[in-house]
Write a protein that binds this ligand. Sequence first.
Ligand SMILES: [Zn+2]
Length: 281
Amino acid sequence: MPLVTMREMLKEARAHRYAVGAFEFWSYDSAYAVASAAKSLNVPVILQVGPFEKDFMDGYKNAVTMAKMAADYFDLPIAIHLDHAEEYSEVVEALESGFTSVMIDASKMEFDKNVELTCKVVEKAKEYGASVEAEIGKLAGNEANISNDEDDQTDPAMAAEFVRRTGVDCLAVAIGTAHGFYVRPPKINIDRLREIAAVVEIPLVLHGGSGTPEDKVAEACKNGIAKVNICTEFIAAYGKGFNGQNTEGFKYNVNSLFREGRNAGSALAKKKMELFLSGRI
Ligand SMILES: [Zn+2]
């Protein structure tokens, strides 16, 4: 199946109160782990690329090739999405390379500047028929710096205005999650999410899904979150599965060494996707 955008899959997810999983990938092997899990549940899935993965795969074109291989092999709707681009030039490079979806993250900018850059990306993405994700609000950048300050979270009225002015397909919101693993339990603001979802009809996106308490993630998926990003936890599961094989007396061959990493990654991805589907109506 050819690669698809996130547009239809996320609309469907929001309408039926579940979320599509979005996983970072860095090889055909990791794309396989994610796609095989999605296939076993018969759900669409998103493969994402950030700067580290771009570098690891030697560019966006290779990433598209690997995602296509997985979409063909599993005959599954897969979107290939650029995660957290801060530069317009990165977005253009990804679109020209065949990405079906892009995120422009201008959330550090002032509101009007964020609107302006996002509009420019939406216009460009139209030429390619690609979907666009944007962000407003401040998401804590790393595990040592968890902000529970509600002032930094996404403001519902601003979110509604932002969506109206930009025409984005989906919006990442800050409701208390952080990137990376947490050092103390996060406080996820479901009330804030409900307020945003009441005035923003498009699918909402939860970043920093790794390590976020499962009950909160499930609740978020029932309240407007239609895409959940998982990066750290997927890479960690994958790496631990691989490392676990490297024991004394171990006989190296491609299956004995590498398959366990892929299996562990796939199992983690499946567990997450089941959680995102738990409130589906
Ligand atoms: Zn993120």
